[in-house]
Design a protein around this ligand. Structure first.
Ligand code: SF4
Length: 552
């Protein structure tokens, strides 16, 4: 329904009007060395990606909804990667990417993958991206609804269907969670069906409008498993029909909800469904911090999303010899496990199969070796961070190379964006810091703690935050965030972590921090020696940050 005051269509929408993406085929491209912006848009709908900053190199993204992948597909990808000297990445949506492909090889490889039955359709641009479920969906002891069959029903309705190829206003991420304690944070999805209970029946509550910088919000709809695919389709139609198509930066489902409000979205969903929908039930999906998969005998392959052809082949060989199931996971990993063994909760971590899994997890965006938008080689630069301690404490870290946030910095305990700054010295590497994402029952994205911290002092800051968490005696970092950090304004936390690094603080002041009384804490901080006399909190923070981080 076009509104009278609808803003001018953005350029991508104008392309779509000229030629629907479903009517395009990569076979039409004659000169792969010189594709223009319009052609790049169409190719994205088929999983073929190239950036004008690196026009000579291409990427193919493959679609594995739910992370379902066969040994044959893995072997094929390993062979192609070796033959093309391409690099392989595992993504945070459980997909796989082939990077560094030469222009002349893209079309033959795309044909080869297609002939082998592999999907590259609708994985980039304005499409339903790979649908995410928990890797132990249907198997874990806390599983209440098996989501795989729902995922397959949704797939059949939308993947490869011309009315859905490139027809949404923007990308659309979906997560289906039937476990009580999922193994990852799913709140950044546009559509989240989260395990819920209505009286004596299990089902899902619907949450909408998540994205890299926002958590999904309750739509106040309960849905039994048998109606989940219908509900998904109703939401998708509402978004396709009413979603904004003006400025590209304001076209996500989130922006439609901002514009018209969730009650109106609910009305539209009911109209599409053709029936009144039950109100939300009791949310039973908990935080991923409650997840205990690290106690299970799971082999994990890949390191922060990178995996070599040799490791892929090894994974296939080991899985086949042990009759293990293979899954690509939202942790940027490939898992292999015995479906019979993971059905039970293993209390003894000394399992017969070595499991190097941690309770914490790192999500690292592709970084400068794969993505021209990144200022940091994120995968490599992770080595500069206290990963061992994060892992030991079960603290999650999301690390992005730019504001787009593929590293999920807003959906992690600690989030980073790699930057450069000249605030404290000649231009140097620095990071923007985010703190304290919350999950169920009241999800919130992480808050930005500092705009820019020089890399040379980043480790010290992270250790100080971890010291506070450890001393807080809270069960996990999210509880620390909810019960301690969330009680303070971000300015107070900025001041706190500056004085924590500049001063040896007395025990009574540290104890005050855990009490969560902002006014008392600020007045006690003011009594510290050498505190700036300026009454404005902002000025104090500015002066102390220069005192701490200026390179003199
Ligand atoms: S966060 Fe930015 S730099 Fe990293 S992969 Fe995404 S777009 Fe590229």
């Amino acid at each position: 329904m076009k509104q009278a005051n609808e803003p001018k269509l953005n350029k991508i929408e104008r392309y779509k009007r000229e030629l629907p993406p479903a009517d395009f085929s990569p076979e039409r491209v004659k000169d792969w060395q010189n594709v223009d912006e319009r052609c790049r848009f169409y190719l994205k709908n088929f999983g073929l990606y190239n950036n004008k900053l690196r026009p000579d190199l291409w990427m193919i993204r493959l679609r594995f909804d739910g992370g379902l992948i066969t040994p044959e597909a893995l072997k094929l990808l390993a062979r192609i990667a070796r033959q093309e000297t391409a690099r392989l990445l595992l993504t945070a949506r459980g997909q796989m990417e082939l990077h560094d492909l030469r222009a002349g090889r893209v079309l033959p490889l795309w044909r080869e993958l297609k002939a082998a039955g592999l999907q590259t359709c609708q994985v980039i641009s304005d499409n339903f991206r790979g649908i995410v479920i928990d890797p132990l969906d249907g198997l874990a002891s806390d599983n209440r609804i098996e989501c795989l069959s729902i995922l397959q029903e949704i797939r059949e309705r939308v993947v490869g269907k011309r009315e859905w190829i490139g027809t949404l206003p923007r990308k659309f991420n979906t997560a289906l969670i039937g476990r009580e304690a999922p193994s990852f944070n799913p709140w950044g999805n546009d559509l989240l069906l989260a395990l819920a209970r209505d009286g004596d029946r299990w089902g899902f509550n619907l949450y909408l409008g998540g994205k890299n910088s926002e958590t999904a919000r309750e739509a106040d709809i309960f849905c039994p498993p048998e109606s989940a695919a219908d509900l998904f389709e109703a939401v998708a139609k509402v978004y396709r029909e009413h979603g904004p198509r003006g400025s590209r930066s304001k076209t996500r489902l989130f922006h439609l909800i901002e514009e018209v409000g969730m009650p109106q979205i609910r009305v539209w969903i009911e109209e599409e469904s053709g029936t009144p929908l039950p109100r939300a039930g009791e949310l039973r999906m908990q935080s991923s911090h409650r997840n205990r998969d690290h106690l299970l005998p799971i082999r994990r392959y890949g390191r922060h999303g990178e995996i070599s052809p040799e490791e892929l082949e090894k994974a296939v060989q080991e899985a086949q010899s042990h009759e293990h199931t293979l899954r690509l996971t939202p942790h940027q990993e490939l898992w292999a496990f015995d479906p019979d063994l993971v059905h039970q909760e293993i209390q003894n971590p000394k399992s017969k199969i070595p499991n190097h899994a941690s309770t914490g997890s790192v999500t690292a965006c592709a970084g400068s070796r794969y993505c021209p938008l990144s200022l940091w080689d994120i995968k490599e630069d992770l080595a500069l961070l206290p990963l061992g301690r994060l892992e030991k404490l079960g603290v999650s870290l999301g690390f992005s190379g730019c504001l787009k946030g593929c590293g999920r910095h807003y959906h992690s305990d600690l989030g980073l964006i790699g930057l450069r700054t000249n605030l404290y010295a000649e231009t140097e590497r620095a990071a923007r810091i985010f703190l304290g994402a919350l999950q169920a029952p009241e999800p919130m994205p992480a808050r930005m703690l500092y705009y820019s911290v020089p890399l040379r002092r980043l480790g010290e800051l992270l250790h100080t935050i971890l010291d506070d968490y450890e001393a807080s005696d809270r069960a996990d970092f999210e509880t620390f965030s909810r019960e301690v950090l969330a009680r303070y304004s971000i300015e107070t936390l900025q001041l706190w972590y500056l004085v924590r690094q500049l001063h040896e603080l007395p025990n009574n002041l540290v104890e005050l921090f855990y009490a969560g009384d902002e006014f008392v804490l600020l007045s006690k901080i003011d009594e510290l020696p050498d505190m700036p006399q300026n009454p404005e909190l902002y000025e104090k923070i500015k002066q102390l940050s220069h005192r701490l981080w200026d390179l003199v």
